[in-house]
Design a protein around this ligand. Sequence first.
Ligand code: HEC
Length: 250
Amino acid sequence: MSKISPAGKVKSKKEKVKSMSNRFRFAFLLLTFALLTGCGVRADMQDQPRYKAYKQSDFFSDHKGSRDPVEGTVARGQLHDNKAFYTGKIDNPNLNAPVATAVDAKGNTVIASFPNDIDEFPVPVTKELIDRGQERFNIYCIVCHGPVGNGDGMIVRRGFPAPPTYHDDRLRNAPVGHFFDVISNGWGKMNAYAYQVQPADRWAIAAYIRALQVSQNPEEHLKMNSKTESNTAPPKKDETKNVSTNGGKR
Ligand code: HEC
């Protein structure tokens, strides 16, 4: 279809192509102008004198470009004043004595006394907590420790050093703070899981490990060194059903 020009004339095909190419030429010139003026003249914050992080400085006496935060500065949400919850340790300087370690036949680091670890959960132990712990355990720990904590996980069957079972007297009597500590800081050959597992989830996993310990030695539950009611009480029939011994399938 042809357009009618303002003069009422029908534009020929040739005329139409010409007017279009003129339009393109104008747009191109405009673009070139914009680019030339835009790129060439920069007088913004890009060019101001400033320090790059960790660069040296002659201005400050310590020659560091980056300033240390004022003493006592706490990042938002990082106060962590609840020592028991964030470390699993007792706030008692007299107890912070170094503990003698031994290495067993498997090459694992064995400690049987835990004077600095708390033996009560700093959070209420609920079914939700244990369920959450089961879920987290099956994501992060099952691969080495196995579905019930015997230390026979899939990675171990493929050659990773075997961890100790959770079900010997030493670990059944270990305070809950010890489990929190192992997850937070690692233990011997085991890596720390502080980055993957947040403090609340570490307590959830510790609670689930307690549940596993009860599940494997239901008659000896009283040996468990936790004052939290739900752990010293004999497991009720329907509670034990929640303890997974089938590799995490619900
Ligand atoms: C890559 C394998 C691996 C994974 C994953 C792993 N562990 Fe371990 N864990 C080990 C090994 C190996 C040891 C023995 C380390 C040693 O004594 O040198 C161990 C030891 C332990 C101990 C016993 C500490 C003691 O006093 O002897 C606990 C408790 C424990 N792990 C809990 C966990 C929990 C909870 C998780 C999940 C958050 C986890 N582990 C994930 C390999 C693993």
